[in-house]
Design a protein around this ligand. Sequence first.
Ligand SMILES: Nc1ncnc2c1ncn2[C@@H]1O[C@H](COP(=O)(O)OP(=O)(O)OP(=O)(O)O)[C@@H](O)[C@H]1O
Length: 308
Amino acid sequence: MYYFIVNPASRSGNGKYVWQKAEKILDQENTEYRVYFTSYQGHATKLARDITARGERLTLIAVGGDGTVNEVLNGIRDFSRVIFGYIPTGSSNDFARCMGLPTDTEATVQNVLHPARFDKIDLGLMERNGQKRYFAVSSGCGFDAAVCQEALDSRMKRLLNRLHLGKLTYAGIALKQIILCKPVPVTVTLSNGKSRIFSKAYFVSGMNCCCEGGGLRLSPRADVHDGALDFFVVNKLGKLLIGLMLPTAYIGLHTIFPGVHIYRARSAQITVSGVLPLHTDGEPCLMKGTVTLSCCPQALTLLAAGDK
Ligand SMILES: Nc1ncnc2c1ncn2[C@@H]1O[C@H](COP(=O)(O)OP(=O)(O)OP(=O)(O)O)[C@@H](O)[C@H]1O
């Protein structure tokens, strides 16, 4: 039995249309499944919690964007009893991009029904003030989280999604946020005990996957199989240079800029002075004080496509 959790509102309503196509293929293949639709923020977490409550072994498939993946993962009670599948219908689809999952509906459904392999992949875990949240792609504070916060209810996102240019949403909002954002002092303490102090950090991101923000390859070597996160920091870089650096991240060339740092570690504590926006897989909230980002090696079994 397959359980589908569908966010019909993902990519400004695209989720609903993709699901209608997917449903036809499932019916043609006489697939036994149950489908649940989300109707508000956080609903996918509740649905995943209810579906996995009895601890049965099952296949759970998220249909939506990275935010829906995040919500579903955070509802799963016991990862060892769930095989996770994903049909991307979001604006940026960074998880699908990094995992090499297809984006064409027919191919994504076929991949879920007849996966090339089962892949054990790492997940990230964000902890702060006693709260925990898993993430598949990345979690970070500062500039990128401010972009996510604005993207959540952005007219630009709706317009670009209508033009099938949804992945440019984050780039467009990023340009605006570059002008608005203020650098802050941040301390990053890695799991090897070494601390790095940044006096003017724009953002710090713990990357499980190589890209976020609709294909920005912020940490080109981040790997969901290495048991570690890549901590990406931008410090002391002029705003004009940030504006130049970000587009080069689409091809991973930004690492040549002087204020760009990447550290690989099992975990890190990030301490900021003041209040900063924070996100997990693009879902925003606020942080104050210290947040810990760590890697949970091989936590999730994914219905994967192609070779490892
Ligand atoms: N029925 C609904 N109506 C409005 N919002 C919803 C609904 N169901 C879920 N949501 C919220 O929609 C938000 C965006 O979802 P999601 O991230 O899956 O799509 P996206 O933003 O288009 O894609 P991406 O994250 O890849 O850019 C999430 O915060 C989720 O909680």
